[in-house]
Write a protein that binds this ligand. Sequence first.
Ligand SMILES: Cc1cc2nc3c(=O)[nH]c(=O)nc-3n(C[C@H](O)[C@H](O)[C@H](O)COP(=O)(O)OP(=O)(O)OC[C@H]3O[C@@H](n4cnc5c(N)ncnc54)[C@H](O)[C@@H]3O)c2cc1C
Length: 423
Amino acid sequence: MKAIVLGAGVIGVTTAYELARDGHEVVVIDQREDVGLETSFANGGQLAANHAEPWAAPGTVSKALKWLARKDAPLLYRLRLDPALWAWTLEFLWNCSDHRFWKNVERILRVALYSRERYQVLRGELDFEYSLRQKGILNIYRDGHEFDLALEKARTMKELGCERLALDRKGCVDLEPALAHSTQLITGGTWAPHDESGDCLAFTQQLAAHTRTMGVTYQFNTKVLGLDTEGYKIKSAKTDKDNIEGDVEGDVFVLAMGCNSQMLAKTLGLKLHIYPAKGYSLSLPITNPDSSDAPQISLTDDRYKLVFSRQGDVFRVAGLAEFAGYNTDIDEQRTKLILDNTLKLFPRSGEADQATFWAGLRPATPDGVPLLGRGKHENLLLNTGHGTLGWTMAAGSARIIADLANIGTPHIDMEGLGWERFA
Ligand SMILES: Cc1cc2nc3c(=O)[nH]c(=O)nc-3n(C[C@H](O)[C@H](O)[C@H](O)COP(=O)(O)OP(=O)(O)OC[C@H]3O[C@@H](n4cnc5c(N)ncnc54)[C@H](O)[C@@H]3O)c2cc1C
């Protein structure tokens, strides 16, 4: 069987690996000049199955209203003449009830925990260096109210299979000595010991290099413009190349184009609720890599929605969300916000004057659940809409898609993961 994977981010490359592993001929097409150059480029680096919580949650609307007037808000929503944003927002609001929140947590968790299992299998098969740290993720809280809510949530998450241990301020500092230098008040934290962190781009690049040795071919600098159909099947991918590589025929097509997936799906009459949620990251060279000045474990600052992870000798900080269309311009006010908060929390972590910034677009669905499974055409497989947790869910999602391509049954229940939930 010949499989065509559309998109060479972490999702597309991991899918190419699983398909090649099953013995299929695989071609990956991407508009960029190499793998992982869009949203998978400089993300927060967390493999955070135990943080499988969607943004659409009971308290989100009241928080978002408070943030509307603030320039330092973690979330910016720019009201614009954009029907796609309005439709997405309505679905988002509908998903903010307590009942729907927990339903969505269960769905995300199903994929994320399966993915954690698949990463273990993958690590057994491959030997890569991508700054993997298996020290858990510590969430820190600034006041008693935030902390109490987190503890309540941790109890319910435990029933769903997620372990988060409660720590007081001293427990947090014992676990992460770099917090001792913080100028911020920290009330307590919850620690998910089984979560991990690493460098998503290094992982994607090395996996792609490995897939080449398995026979996978990559067609770069090639933009997919549409899909040619014949009855209920996709026949070929139409690209912007007018040579022999222009129309790429295959038996099965995997849609893994991140935020652009919905545009291509639309040409087939398939509506995918994906909207770009812009985020930023900051990379700081660590001043003293061997000291405890920069954190050793990965952390999340719940109030400012920032995640921190060490990637080799670089300290990566990522977060913020902006709903403002498809632009990746760097807004200096927003990057300053990240840098200031980082230096308050970890004053000795890195060389602030050498900081580099990046912005990327999370392919966000309104309920936070990815879009996995068959499209309307029987040989179109969707592997997209992974939002805030694309790297976390990549290995599991890829295996699900390979199982579907083999006309097999995925190892997890597919209830509520497909496009049909928004139809
Ligand atoms: C600030 C930030 C922090 C994050 N932190 C984390 C984290 O800590 N942990 C985590 O798990 N996730 C995190 N994420 C989310 C994660 O990065 C994404 O979910 C993931 O990268 C999505 O991967 P993807 O392969 O679907 O998309 P992408 O990486 O965007 O790949 C899509 C590919 O499709 C290609 N493409 C698009 N259109 C076309 C076309 N027409 N023709 C050909 N090719 C096309 C693009 O060039 C691109 O290479 C973060 C995201 C951001 C923005």
